[in-house]
Design a binder for this molecule. Sequence first.
Ligand code: SAH
Length: 314
Amino acid sequence: MKPQIRRSAPVHTNLSRFSAMALPLMSLVSDDSRYQKSFQLFLERSSEHQCMRDFIHSRLPDILASIGDGKSNLNVIGVGSGAGEIDLEMLSELHLKHPGVTVDNEVVEPSSQQLHNYKVLVSQKQDLDYLKFTWNKMTASEFEQHWKAKKMTKKADFIHMVQMLYYVKDPGATITFFHSLLNKNGKLLIILVSGESGWGKLWRTYREQLCNTEISQCVTTGDIKSFLDSKGVSYQSYELPSQLDITECFTEGDEKGELLLDFLTEVLDFSKTASPELKAGVLELLQHPSSSVKSNGRVIFNNNLGVIVLDQLC
Ligand code: SAH
């Protein structure tokens, strides 16, 4: 049997055929193994999870205090949970706020690798008896179809989407669907990069060249706020300061720098496939004072996050 080759020859033929067009680049998301590798490196080089943890321990408890309406069982849905580190931190705060309450936790995650990692993490933790997990190996839109096909009437008390709305076709429609699932006093929490971050700057400048709108969106909390404002939906919002060390991106041929560049641009093998002009423009923008600061010889990219919290629609 011939070995399976992920990026097959016809794709490259397509690439050269379309090289003069606006979207000649492949999305990083199309290669799950490289995506997971670059995401892992991003987590190591950034304060991403630390700033989320700070938020979860300082602000989230108050947000979760009013959910549940006195019930003895809460329904939670995590969308795009990844390996579950952040989910378990949130669930632990939920448990502290509502001790003695059991929790049905639906995990919606299309990557089997990430679901596996999440299950391993759960197996290593103690004191999770209050939690019952349902593992949904599917995308947010598959979950929506599934939910509608089964005519589910179950409502959720807490739904979160942490750094995942980039990967849906229509972030507004996804928010609208999950918002409609909230129970009385329920909360929907969204975390994305802030419109004020270096990401916002990068995407405002290079959205056309970088974003493959079919599978990944250059969306920030600024865009989500505009969407919610246009619909007249009210929300609370928070800004979380965060940093990402991108120094290695500026060393030609550096393996880690290339992985980080793929993550920043969401383009697979960006250094090898982008035009010299695009590459030069992106590298210049990444170290421009509006996106990064230079400190002790390092280039520190503004990775600020935004949090948006929606209440159940009355
Ligand atoms: N929430 C985690 C992981 C964020 S990475 C954290 O903050 O650490 C984004 C996650 O969304 C990945 O695990 C990816 O597999 C998942 N994902 C990608 N496309 C998705 C989709 N269409 N629906 C739901 N999740 C998706």
